[in-house]
Write a protein that binds this ligand. Structure first.
Ligand code: HEC
Ligand code: HEC
Length: 387
């Protein structure tokens, strides 16, 4: 009897061991070996176990976190540019909502971008905005004129653009194949040290898709705000509420009430580009540049407004230095154009909002409540290179 019991126990223990094995294996594979840690730590300050990039509980979660980690390192690596001095983070700085503070940014070899850097943290969550379909409509395109239809397409254009990175994808493959720390990171993310161009794009995409901003003052007020915006006639008590009401009255026809997006809340047309009455210049006609359609003249992406306080200067060409200037423009500077959005018209003229000084200040203060300080210092999105 006793022997049988011992035997059964042993068998059970064996089964347990075997049963656990795949899990243990997964765990071991996703942590770095001491050798790998040595390789990584000579250049990089990475955690022993990858950060959780917030992609949920799927079984491939650890691979996703390794992909985001590889993406993070690539994002901050100046070797990804033709003169070795520029990284994605040069123009998309964490402290500035993943934008920069220039109207036009300096890329490699003194080249300058044609447009203002877009804030990657201006959405509540980058991936949620760009990876879904809204009522059957394709997700909004990328860039100020939406000329890229997917993040991977955007990445290819950015990498090849001589004003941004000025590189060929195969040069980045070579870099990864010839750099010890990239070999480790790539192997963890994709289970192989053989680099494909698609893997590079996927890693970068995973990293930028993880960027999200959900800790602003606005968050605390969001429930209340949704009620105001849905049209309940509540009188604004606090300054925040007054600012919010003005925003709801004048701005949500385009900028969504969740502040990350536009259309799914605001308008039935699922608008993601429009003409907002800026005096346009012949050298940049927006969406028209790639569609050649007259009705696209002066149309640009409707940007998310999260962290807007951090991302000056404003508009596709950085023409306004401050939020006060932006509000002044909407209040009394809108120019009439045949493509001007109806919500900014008064019959056949450009709308005048007629806000007084106090109201303009309340609106600016409201915009500042969208700032997320936590996002600006979050370690998982920060520069991993040991300086
Ligand atoms: C020299 C500055 C510069 C560099 C370097 C740069 N960008 Fe950008 N980025 C811009 C500008 C400017 C735009 C807007 C371009 C346009 O609309 O034509 C932009 C747009 C984007 C967009 C589109 C966002 C949206 O909502 O449509 C993404 C995503 C992006 N960049 C990611 C990256 C990544 C990843 C890298 C590195 C591989 C990178 N950028 C390197 C300046 C830069
Ligand atoms: C008809 C649609 C529409 C309305 C209404 C509208 N906007 Fe905009 N907004 C846009 C578009 C389009 C852009 C980008 C234009 C460009 O750069 O050419 C923009 C840009 C901005 C920017 C600059 C964003 C950046 O990243 O540079 C701010 C700030 C802004 N709007 C705030 C407001 C406020 C505040 C209101 C209400 C008073 C408002 N908008 C009303 C469409 C709209």
């Amino acid at each position: 009897m006793n022997q049988l019991r011992i035997f059964t126990l042993l068998l059970g223990a064996f089964a347990l061991l075997f049963g656990c094995r795949p899990n243990n294996q997964q765990l071991i594979n996703s942590t770095y070996t001491p050798d790998e840690l040595r390789v990584l730590s000579s250049n990089l300050d990475l955690p022993d176990f990858p950060y959780d990039y917030g992609f949920g509980n799927s079984s491939s979660k650890s691979a996703v976190n390794h992909k985001a980690t590889l993406g993070r390192v690539l994002f901050y690596d100046t070797k990804l540019s033709s003169d070795g001095k520029v990284s994605c983070a040069s123009c998309h700085q964490q402290a500035l909502g993943f934008a920069d503070d220039q109207a036009f940014s300096e890329g490699p070899n003194g080249n300058v971008t044609d447009r203002n850097s877009i804030a990657l943290a201006s959405l509540r969550n980058f991936g949620v905005h760009y990876d879904k379909t809204i009522d059957g409509k394709e997700t909004p395109g990328l860039f100020w004129d939406e000329r890229a239809s997917s993040i991977k397409e955007q990445l290819k254009q950015t990498i090849n653009n001589p004003n941004e990175m000025g590189m060929e994808l195969h040069q980045i493959s070579n870099l990864i194949e010839n750099t010890d720390h990239y070999q480790v990171l790539h192997e963890k993310a994709f289970g192989t040290t053989t680099v494909s161009e698609d893997n590079i794009l996927e890693a970068l995409e995973t990293f930028i898709n993880s960027i999200s901003s959900t800790n602003s003052e606005f968050e605390g007020e969001v429930i209340a705000s949704l009620n105001y915006i849905s049209g309940d006639s509540v009188v604004g008590e606090t300054k925040f509420e007054r600012g919010l009401q003005l925003f709801a009255k004048h701005c949500t026809a385009c900028h969504g009430k969740g502040m990350e997006a536009i259309s799914e809340f605001a308008n039935p047309e699922n608008l993601s580009v429009t003409n907002n009455g800026l005096k346009h210049t012949a050298n940049d006609l927006g969406v028209y540049q790639h569609t050649g359609k007259l009705e696209d003249i002066g149309k640009f992406k409707i940007p998310g407004l999260r962290n807007i306080e951090l991302t000056a200067p404003y508009m596709h060409d950085g023409r306004f230095a401050t939020l006060e200037e932006v509000v002044d423009f909407y209040n009394s500077g809108i120019e009439f154009h045949e493509n001007l959005h109806p919500s900014l018209r008064d019959g056949n003229e450009a709308k005048r909002m007629n806000m007084n000084e106090e109201e303009k200040t309340a609106l600016v203060d409201f915009l500042k409540s969208l700032t997320d300080e936590k996002m600006t210092t979050e370690a998982k999105w920060s520069n991993p290179f040991v300086r």
